[in-house]
Each structure stands twice: as C-alpha cells, then as structure tokens.
Design a protein around this ligand. Structure first.
Ligand SMILES: Cc1cc2nc3c(=O)[nH]c(=O)nc-3n(C[C@H](O)[C@H](O)[C@H](O)COP(=O)(O)OP(=O)(O)OC[C@H]3O[C@@H](n4cnc5c(N)ncnc54)[C@H](O)[C@@H]3O)c2cc1C
Length: 287
C-alpha cells in the first residue's frame, strides 16, 4: 500500500474543501470496507485520504408521514437492519440488509459508501431503486438531488463529481408498498450472483390491481437494471399468475448478464426469471 496523507474531516464543508483542494488524488473514507481492501491490493492509491466517518451529522434515519424516509450517508447497514421505523415502514430494506455480507461488515459499511462504490453486486442499490429513491450530492457549490435511476453510470462509476460527497438518501412516502428482495449467492456471506428487488403498490380499492411496481435486477449488468417492460406489463392490471410469468420472462430478457466463474449468461437469465416470479408473488402476499 502506498503512503498517503490522512485528514479526519468533522464537517461536510471541511470534506468538500479538501476534495476541491486535492481533486482526483483524494479519496473519501467511509466505513473503509471496500476502499481499504482496494488500497491493500494496490488497485487504488490515493495520495490524500479524507476520513468522513466522524461527521456525525450524516448518521441518521428520519421518517415523516409526508416526506418519507431520509437516511444520512454515514448510516451503517446494521443501523438500517435494526431500525424499528424501517422494519415497520420499509421492511424490504431491513430484510435486504440481513442478507448483506456479515454482521461485522454491516457494522462498519455505510450506505453512502455502498452506493458511491457502485458495485453492480450491491444489495442496497437495487433495493433502493425499487423504492424510487433519490440521493443528495453535496459539493463546494451546494447540494443537488439526483434520482437513483440516473446515479449509476457504469460499473464502479456514478454521477458523483470528484469534489462531491453523497450526503443523503431520500425514499419518498409514495413508494410505501410491499416489497421483497431475493439474493442468489454461492454462500450466505458472498456477493450476489443474481439479485432481484420488487416493490409493489396495490390499488387501495382493489387489492388485486397493481397501481405501481418496480422490478430491479442486481449483478446482471454494469449497473442495477430495471425491467421496464416487466413493470409495464403489470402496471394498471389485475395481477394473475400468467402476467407474473410473462413479467418474469421479459425481465430475464432485459437482464444483461455475462458468463463468469459464477455461471453462464443463460444460467443467470434463468435465475432472474425464477427470482422475479418469486419476488412478485412474495410482494403481493405481503401487500
Ligand atoms: C467481506 C465483504 C463482503 C461484502 N459483501 C457485500 C454484499 O454482499 N453486498 C453488498 O452490497 N456489499 C457488500 N460489501 C460492501 C460493504 O457492504 C460496504 O457497503 C461497502 O464496503 C462500502 O461502504 P463503506 O462505508 O465501507 O465505504 P468505503 O470502503 O469507505 O468507500 C467505498 C467508496 O465509496 C467512496 N465513498 C464513501 N463514502 C462516500 C460518500 N459519502 N460520498 C461519496 N463517496 C463516498 C470512497 O471514496 C470509496 O471510493 C462487502 C464488503 C466486504 C468487506
């Protein structure tokens, strides 16, 4: 590992100033669960390390009936998993977190770091996408809000500018529905080979009618992918077994898996088909 200069930032402003000063030679350090591993392997060698874990203002979970859910970027995975309000209002998030790595990793890893790292195998990203989340990115010229749909640009690449921090995640209350996250991995603590997050909102007057749905697939493309064709098949329709099967089939077509050590492209498409079918049925049962 190369030598670097270490700055423990105490405020967002301080971190922004340091980022502006040192540009692409600097890296933010959240929980360090991904970054430190990459540094040890010499995949990245920042000259300046800006430790933001001490910015306690960015560690919060707030819920409001009108505004929805707001999560500070430095909130840990474990805090999401164990939050009473999340378990009650956005159960899919707590359920997903229980499948992410191990408790020690969840105790250190932050939600902001997970999204900024933009690993296509992230468990958090597809789940938040299924909830229609948006993120606040803060830089020296202020803050901007970006839909998570536009945040992921490519593998390990996001809309973050070199002088910006991800500061907050917002899940609008309109996303409150019933969701389910399925993760298929070789072992319980491994990254997903394929994952699927579904959030389903039923019509309050007709519990068989799908008012809105989001189907998001992880690990089967450079970024988490929505199956918009699968969603369009179900939106505004009475949910039937045949429609669920059709939505799962087109989702598998929309996936962009590649053949690797975990299996062939065809094998992964089959898993997408199975997981989407199961996730829609599970979400419908919970709605
Ligand atoms: C053994 C192991 C297993 C894991 N398994 C899984 C898994 O199954 N599923 C999963 O989803 N994740 C998994 N992870 C990742 C982990 O859950 C963390 O979410 C992840 O490491 C990033 O969080 P962090 O706070 O540690 O970020 P760091 O490692 O500190 O940073 C990661 C990257 O994000 C940048 N960054 C950090 N915070 C911010 C911010 N607020 N704004 C802008 N940029 C920022 C850093 O500069 C760096 O480039 C695993 C990690 C380990 C070590």
């Amino acid at each position: 590992m190369n030598t670097f200069k270490y700055f423990p930032a105490k405020t967002v402003n301080e971190a922004c100033e340091l980022l502006s000063q040192y540009g692409e030679e600097a890296k933010l350090l959240g929980g360090g669960q991904s970054l430190v591993t990459l540094m040890k392997q010499d995949f990245v060698s920042p000259s300046y390390l800006i430790d933001i874990k001490g910015i306690s203002d960015l560690d919060y979970i707030r819920y409001d009936e009108t505004d929805g859910l707001r999560i500070g970027a430095l909130t840990t995975h474990r805090s999401l998993e164990t939050s009473a309000v999340i378990q009650e209002k956005f159960a899919i998030l707590a359920q997903m977190e229980s499948t992410l790595a191990s408790v020690p990793v969840r105790n250190w890893g932050t939600v902001g770091g997970n999204l900024a790292h933009a690993d296509p195998a992230s468990d958090l990203a597809p789940t938040l996408l299924s909830l229609g989340a948006e993120v606040t990115l803060t830089g020296p010229n202020g803050a901007r809000v970006v839909s998570l749909d536009d945040f992921f640009v490519d593998t390990f690449e996001t809309a973050l500018q070199p002088d910006e921090l991800l500061t907050e995640i917002h899940v609008p209350n309109s996303s409150e529905g019933a969701g389910f996250y399925y993760k298929f991995a070789q072992r319980a603590t491994d990254l997903a080979v394929v994952s699927v997050a579904v959030n389903l909102i039923l019509d309050p007057d007709d519990q068989n009618l799908c008012r809105d749905i989001r189907i998001v697939m992880g690990s089967v493309g450079p970024t988490p992918l929505r199956s918009r064709r699968g969603e369009d098949l179900l939106k505004g329709q009475t949910i039937t077994g045949t429609l669920i099967e059709e939505a799962a089939r087109v989702s598998a077509e929309d996936a962009q898996p590649t053949t690797d050590i975990n299996g062939s492209e065809e094998y992964k498409r089959e898993i997408v088909d199975v997981l989407v079918r199961r996730a829609i049925k599970e979400a419908a049962a919970r709605a």
